[in-house]
Design a protein around this ligand. Structure first.
Ligand code: 5AD
Ligand code: SF4
Length: 448
């Protein structure tokens, strides 16, 4: 078969990154090779996100830029998949003439068929609304980006219907994978030399309740903690309302579970949380944070916050700012509210003026930067465990790795320590990364 190249541009969340690894796996079994150079590709896929309007715009402007490549190479095939086609349907084909085919989040397994049809000169749309049973979750089907860290999907979909959020419409209802299947996949990964796994789901804290023999998320974590070879366990995303005492216990006791938790707050005002349909109050959130901090010393907490949700008054916003300060997040993803067609918040008419949204965003952003820097500076002089990911992108003569608390550390060293867990002394703190020097090498680790 003729050698061909593919590129995938992935937008949005980890779930999309995981799907892209799945797509890459399918294509590499079809004599396609992966390239990051778009001008060399015979097939370009855009795996899209639609969580905010900005994400839609990014994809449309990228498609505009791909037109030139298509003019140079008329055989180039361009496909759009993921969350935009899932909500916009085949109408998306009309939005851009450069697009040859579109498919939804449940149609990945039909990729080869779609490509064959496109080659016959058709424009193709496959958007299945019902969850697909045909997806191969065995893990073997994936072409993973890294040889040391793996994303492992433990569930898909979301049942929460936060009023601003499109995800329940793009990913469908919650469906958990059988625990034995997950354990097997992770054992295979450990056998291949993977040391870190990140369990993926829109709401991992409610994992397992839909299974015929229900399982709790903390029990799954305990089982993964027993797998030899795996050294670090992370998971995203946790919903505060479903974060149980059992989970906090496991985070305390299971050695491999990292001292890190992403716990989306969204707002610190009860009125806004109610209208968002979040299912918790400010007080409950803070209570869980206190428990986490006392059970897991040194835990790094990060969050998502939306500013300018309809009806958010200045007082409501001040509450959010207060909660953020009180928790002292290590990092926050701050978003300006973006109305999404199809979500119930679209019907709220008490919108916040853009200038107020911008001002609130800037205030939170400044607060978070101050808190992040303070946390990072507190690490100077300390020694931390770093999983080496490879060369630093911003500093290619240095190595880059992450701490258990998910902080990026840049330090001198040789590339053959990729995948090793090293002790690194922190010498300098920046906002987005810290700098250090290795105290151990891959070899000294093995000897010890
Ligand atoms: N507008 C702004 N932010 C949003 N998010 C989800 N939907 C919207 C929206 N319509 C944010 C939430 C969520 C994160 C992934 O994206 O904070 O946790
Ligand atoms: Fe969206 Fe809420 Fe589900 Fe998260 S929990 S994916 S914010 S609906």
């Amino acid at each position: 078969m003729q050698a061909r190249n593919f590129s995938i541009l992935t937008y949005g969340c980890q779930m999309n990154k995981y799907d892209s690894e799945q797509i890459a796996g399918i294509l590499s079994k079809q004599s396609y090779s992966k390239t990051d150079d778009l001008s060399e590709a015979d097939l370009i896929l855009l795996n899209t996100c639609t969580v905010r309007e900005k994400a839609d715009h990014k994809v449309l402007s990228k498609l505009g830029r791909l037109r030139e490549l298509k003019e140079k190479n008329p055989n180039l095939i361009i496909g759009v998949c993921g969350c935009i086609p899932q909500v916009q349907g085949e109408a998306f084909l009309d939005r851009s003439r450069v697009v040859d085919f579109v498919f939804g989040t449940q149609n990945i397994h039909q990729l080869s068929e779609m490509i064959s049809e496109v080659k016959k000169g058709k424009r193709v749309a496959r958007i299945e609304k019902e969850p697909s049973e045909a997806l191969d979750f065995s893990g073997d089907a994936l072409l993973r980006e890294s040889g040391y860290q793996a994303w492992v999907s433990i569930m898909t979909g979301c049942d929460n219907f936060c009023t601003y959020c499109i995800v329940p419409y793009t990913r469908g209802r919650e469906r958990s994978r059988e625990p034995d299947e997950i354990i097997n996949e992770i054992k295979i990964l450990a056998g291949k030399g993977y040391v870190e796994v990140t369990l993926l789901g829109q709401n991992v804290n409610s994992y397992g309740s839909d299974l015929s023999s229900p399982v709790h998320f903390p029990d799954l974590l305990e089982r993964i903690n027993e797998i030899s070879g795996i050294e670090r366990i992370r998971f995203v995303t946790s919903h505060p309302k479903d974060l149980s005492d059992g989970l906090i216990e496991v985070m305390k006791d299971a050695k491999k579970v990292c001292e890190y938790l992403h716990l989306p707050l969204q707002s610190g005002a009860d009125k806004v949380l109610g209208r968002m349909n979040r299912g918790y109050t400010r007080e409950l959130y803070l209570e869980k944070v206190e428990k986490l901090k006392s059970a897991v010393p040194g835990i790094s907490l990060t969050t998502d916050v939306i500013v300018g949700f309809p009806g958010e008054s200045e007082e409501d916003f001040n509450e959010t700012e207060k909660v953020m300060r009180e928790v002292g997040f290590h990092f926050s993803f701050i978003f300006k509210y973006s109305p999404r067609p199809g979500t119930s918040a679209m019907s709220f008419t008490d919108t916040v003026a853009e200038a107020a949204i911008a001002e609130r965003f800037n205030r939170l952003d400044a607060l978070q930067k101050e808190m992040t820097l303070r946390h990072n500076e507190a690490l100077v002089g300390k020694s931390v465990e770093v999983l080496v990911e490879g060369k630093s992108k911003t500093n290619p003569e240095m190595l880059m790795g992450r701490t258990r608390t998910n902080k990026i550390i840049i330090f001198p060293g040789s590339e053959n320590s990729k995948g090793a867990l090293l002790k690194v002394e922190i010498t300098q703190a920046g906002l987005y990364s810290l700098y250090g020097r290795a105290l151990t090498t891959k070899e000294s680790n093995h000897a010890g």
